[in-house]
Design a protein around this ligand. Structure first.
Ligand code: FAD
Length: 318
């Protein structure tokens, strides 16, 4: 079922949802099933599965030279979505990227999703490769997420890349995109970032999922600014409980979000990671309760494929 239909079916309520990562290559899907088994009691209408593009890895070639290999460390997004839909009878939402995809790859990926009866897809640009400073699209790929949304919306109208196809089947994907309550790191201003968010919606996006944030006011302000620009699609808040001391530096660095001073102080005063984890859980419960009171349609938890802290939060909130 489409995300927009899930919202229409349960107006005014806040539902529990979460995101998982494919396991590292060589590991079994069972560890993801373990996470899902633990979290299904909170009746998520959908589960997101991230997509991880290729990486350039340098290996010692044994002759004093380095050999560059292109590898995918976390393949399996589509297979995991199919497995989750089959096993748990909930919607699984794959993320799809511009990075690493030609338009033809994108079309074929979407055809697989359509055949698997996957109704939703989150369309993203993706980050630059670690070996690049700026994001570079594939030859014949998309530069920005709004172009990718446009291709999916075209397929929803039966428009394929080969315009000689006759009587082509129109897909029916509900398209989600990202939003940044603290602005995307490359955007020169919030106004500019929201301008381009509007382009994604104009191209066919039907809902927005936000980057994590640790201060709800950032989300409320973002929603207000987005609405002021005439964007009226649902904006689903994404939350992540902090779980280690190391993340105090890693999260602002990796995701370009601020941690409120009061929260930082609490974390710094913890004597070990067990205590940090508890502070992270409690902070996230407080955030979740306030957002639920504001009647957001879903609370979307970035689980990092770990269930225990998300379960502790969900028990208090749902
Ligand atoms: P875009 O919307 O294309 O925006 C990128 C930047 O360009 C922004 O600064 C924007 O303001 C600007 N911009 C946008 N359109 C234009 C335009 N037409 N002209 C000029 N400038 C423009 N990454 C993964 O690799 N895999 C995942 O599964 C994944 N899931 C994510 C889920 C969520 C909810 C979020 C918030 C992020 C996720 N990411 C994922 C990270 C994401 O890929 C990065 O944040 C990436 O740097 C930007 O992707 P985007 O789709 O937001 O880009």
């Amino acid at each position: 079922m489409k995300i927009t239909e899930h919202i229409a079916q349960s107006p005014g309520t806040t539902q529990f949802t979460f995101e998982i990562l494919p396991p590292l290559k060589g590991q079994s899907i069972n560890q993801l099933f373990d996470v899902c088994d633990e979290l299904m009691e909170f009746n998520p209408p959908f589960v997101d599965v991230t997509y991880h593009r290729e990486e350039h890895v340098y290996k010692n070639a044994g002759n004093g030279l380095l050999e560059m290999k292109v590898i995918k460390k976390r393949p399996g997004t589509v297979g995991i979505c199919a497995a989750i839909q089959g096993k748990y009878k909930v919607d699984a939402i794959p993320h799809i990227l511009c990075g690493g995809f030609s338009k033809e790859d994108t079309e074929n990926f979407l055809i697989d999703l359509d055949f698997l009866e996957i109704d939703n897809v989150v369309a993203l640009r993706g980050d630059a490769l670690k070996s690049e400073t700026y994001f570079k699209p594939n030859t014949d790929g998309h530069q920005y997420a709004n172009e990718l949304v446009g291709q999916i919306a075209d397929l929803n109208k039966g428009i394929y890349l080969d315009d000689e196809l006759l009587n082509s089947h129109a897909t029916d994907f509900c398209i989600g995109v990202s939003g940044y309550p603290e602005k995307h790191m490359e955007a020169p201003s919030m106004e500019s970032d929201i301008h381009f968010l509007k382009k994604k919606v104009a191209a066919g996006a039907e809902y927005v999922v936000t980057q994590m944030f640790f201060e709800n006011q950032k989300y409320f302000d973002f929603v207000e600014q987005v609405r002021a620009q005439g964007i009226d699609v649902p904006i689903i808040p994404g939350l992540k409980p902090l779980s280690t001391l190391k993340q105090l530096n890693m999260i602002p660095h990796r995701f370009h979000v601020d941690l409120p001073e009061a929260f930082v102080k609490e974390v710094i005063n913890c004597k070990d990671n067990k205590a940090v984890r508890q502070v992270g859980i409690e902070w996230c419960i407080t955030q979740s309760k306030e957002l639920k009171k504001a009647k957001v349609p879903f609370l979307h938890y970035y689980s990092m494929s770990k269930s225990d802290n998300i379960k502790a939060i969900a028990r208090e909130v749902f």
